[in-house]
Design a protein around this ligand. Structure first.
Ligand code: BES
Ligand code: MN
Ligand code: ZN
Length: 503
């Protein structure tokens, strides 16, 4: 989808569809009033028939409205006028894009940015509009058979160019900035979804490494991919203990976006990159095991965030560290009871080979020390217990520093991509005691997402650190199965704020 910013002066140009909002109670927005005036009250008449009440998530396509140049007018419900905040605004944007997805209207003019939205200026409204429109029109068909001519035509339906009407010409500069933000976030989210959605026989550790190398080339980033032998030399026995049951060689991907001052300490993002999690010898049950292809969504998030901040040209130093491998059962695989020696020197008793995410992350966290980070944030589809605790709405947030936790919470609120702060009190740490090693890799069924975070905290003592458990938020199951691209928007907002830019 392409975008363009239009001032009211160009409004009279021809479009296939004009999108205008209607509040609950059939109240017309300013733009709807304009259309109503042009059409001698046609919109009011349609509403009087009771075809649209103005509820959020509703819409109505009108054809050949008298006095209006555009072939269609799309009325979209805005909900209660007093309640129109960013979240409701995004819902209306999404509904408008979805309503047009199967139609032939490819040049669309939207007037939704002119709506007064609580807490949002023009830049933010345009940014959210572009981000939401890209999210709502996302399709994954990379792996499907090449379409024939008719299918190709059907697939091309939906909005080609979304023209964004800006009423005051003094707002155009802000709108252009918002468009850059929204497109950058949309591109990052889309990359994260794509990587998650790819099948695990395609999206292997080697594939992820190639993607990172490709991105580094495109955007002029520094990239390094460490192979098994180099990791052996570094003493990453924990990571390699997980990788040893797979035919796929493990990779440690290190990406660097160095656009801040030379002496500025970097933020390090660490992403869990298990390209398929069978559980290993502690084999998972069969139902829905296919979804464990999404166990690399932490890695995909890091790559998505790098795309976003590269597109934004964010003046900040950011390092991405991605440990990636498969967790497979095999004659060579790690057994329950095995003891692994991590890069930090701590020995780990593997009581369950399905708690593998923490085993690859701990060595990556130790590796991150060499960058003298200002903060380290890891992102991981770490525990089923986090899904039980928070469901699919909030990402679990754990941290050894309350100020850092607060920054991430606020970024999540701002980006409409929220996290919830979970406790990580010392009281939980003894659950990880082992009779045979320095630490066990599981802490029992109770508080499973907390003990997983406690495990990681043992390897993150030398810096400010936060952990995002995205097990419930990274993808959707069921009929809408697919990656969500979360928490790219949250992390983009976090990094933008760190770069001194509040968006
Ligand atoms: N990748 C899974 C976590 C997961 C499970 C995410 C289901 C989303 C949905 C992780 O590696 C795992 O298997 N964790 C175990 C830990 C347990 C063995 C302590 C879990 O959550 O069951
Ligand atoms: Mn697992
Ligand atoms: Zn896993």
């Amino acid at each position: 989808m392409e975008f363009s910013i239009k001032t009211s002066l160009t409004e009279k140009q021809h479009h296939n569809c004009v999108v205008v909002g209607v509040y609950e109670g059939r109240e017309l927005s300013d733009a709807a009033q304009v259309i109503d005036g042009l059409s001698s009250g046609y919109i009011s008449k349609v509403l009087a028939h009771g075809d649209l009440e103005g509820k959020l998530d509703s819409s109505l396509v009108l054809h050949q409205v008298p006095g209006v140049q555009a072939e269609r007018v799309l009325l979209v419900g805005l909900g209660k006028k007093a309640e129109l905040a960013e979240k409701q605004y995004c819902k209306a944007v999404r509904a408008s894009v979805k309503a047009l997805s199967a139609l032939g209207a490819d040049e669309v003019l939207t007037t939704l940015v002119a709506l007064p939205v609580a807490g949002a200026d023009v830049r933010k409204k345009v940014s959210l509009l572009a981000e939401t429109a890209l999210d709502a029109s996302y399709r994954f068909d990379a792996i499907k058979r090449k379409p024939d001519a008719t299918e190709e035509k059907a697939a091309k339906k939906g909005i080609k160019t979304l023209h964004i009407e800006i009423v005051a010409s003094s707002d155009v500069a802000a709108a252009e900035l918002g468009l850059l933000d929204g497109k950058a976030i949309g591109a990052g989210v889309s990359l994260t979804k794509d990587l998650g959605n790819l099948p695990p026989n395609v999206c292997t550790p080697t594939y992820l490494a190639e993607q990172a190398q490709g991105m580094a080339k495109t955007y002029g980033l520094k990239v390094e991919v460490l192979e098994r032998e180099e990791m052996q030399k570094l003493g990453m026995g924990s990571f390699l203990g997980v990788a040893q049951g797979s035919e796929q060689p493990p990779k440690l991907i290190v990406l660097q976006h160095l656009k801040g001052d030379g002496n500025q300490k970097p933020v390090v993002l660490v992403g869990k990159g298990i390209t398929f999690d069978t559980g290993g010898i502690s084999l998972k049950p069969g139902a829905e095991m296919d979804e464990m292809k999404y166990d690399m969504c932490g890695a995909a998030t890091v790559l998505g965030v790098f795309k976003t901040i590269a597109e934004m040209n964010l003046p900040l130093n950011v390092v991405g560290v991605i440990p990636t491998c498969e967790n497979m059962p095999d004659g060579r695989a790690t057994r329950p009871g095995d003891v692994l020696t991590s890069m930090s020197g701590l020995t780990i008793e593997v009581l369950n080979t399905d708690a593998e995410g923490r085993l690859i992350l701990c060595d990556a966290l130790t590796y991150a020390e060499r960058f003298e980070p200002s903060a380290v944030v890891d992102i991981a589809t770490l525990t089923g217990a986090c899904v039980i605790a928070l469901g699919h709405h909030a990402t679990g947030l754990f941290s050894n520093n309350d100020a850092l936790a607060k920054e991430l919470l606020q970024a999540g609120e701002q980006a409409l991509d929220r996290a919830w702060h979970m406790p990580m009190w010392d009281d939980y740490q003894p659950l990880l005691d082992s009779n045979f090693a320095d630490i066990a890799n599981i802490g029992g069924r109770a508080a499973g997402s907390i003990t997983a975070a406690c495990f990681l905290s043992r390897f993150a003592k030398k810096y400010d650190w936060a952990h995002l458990d995205i097990a419930g938020t990274a993808w959707k199951s069921g009929k809408e199965k697919g990656g969500t691209g979360r928490p790219v928007p949250m992390l983009a907002a976090f990094l933008a704020a760190r770069a001194g830019q509040n968006r």
